[in-house]
Design a protein around this ligand. Structure first.
Ligand code: AMP
Ligand code: ZN
Length: 121
């Protein structure tokens, strides 16, 4: 259920400090350590699921709960006029931390384009 080498499992267990924005029995949310916008929160399940590839039908309710918390957390953090949710997955998705998480990104300023398309690829 938890991976002892996983940094987000350690945050969920309280072994590594994080600035929490939400906490319940299944899910926690905390501020990203390297925010890319005024609001940048990560929503994670307490249970270790490495990537979205590893989620199964049994995780539907948990993933739905995480996503449905996003607007509430965004509003509470001051992103009241829109935000973006991102789930990076695997190598091509440039997932750095292998414990599934939803980025909630927003703030008073407009965000940039959804994705920057490389001209050389
Ligand atoms: P991803 O590339 O989607 O896996 O994003 C991982 C995110 O986790 C990055 O935005 C990091 O800044 C963030 N991060 C890594 N370590 C921590 C930490 N200890 N506390 C908060 N955020 C973290
Ligand atoms: Zn984990």
């Amino acid at each position: 259920m938890t991976d002892p080498t996983c940094i987000f499992c350690k945050i969920a267990a309280g072994q590594i400090p994080a600035r929490k924005a939400w906490e319940d029995t299944e899910v926690i949310a905390f501020h990203d350590i390297r925010p890319v916008a005024p609001v940048h929160v990560l929503i994670i399940p307490r249970r270790h699921i490495a990537t979205l590839y590893d989620a199964t039908a049994a995780d539907e309710a948990l993933l739905g709960r995480m996503l449905s918390l996003a607007p509430r957390i965004a509003r509470e953090q001051g992103a009241t006029d829109g935000f973006r949710t991102i789930v990076n997955t695997g190598r091509v998705g440039r997932q750095e931390v292998p414990h599934v998480h939803i980025h909630v990104i927003g703030g008073p300023d407009p965000l940039g384009p959804m994705i920057v398309v490389r001209k050389d690829s």
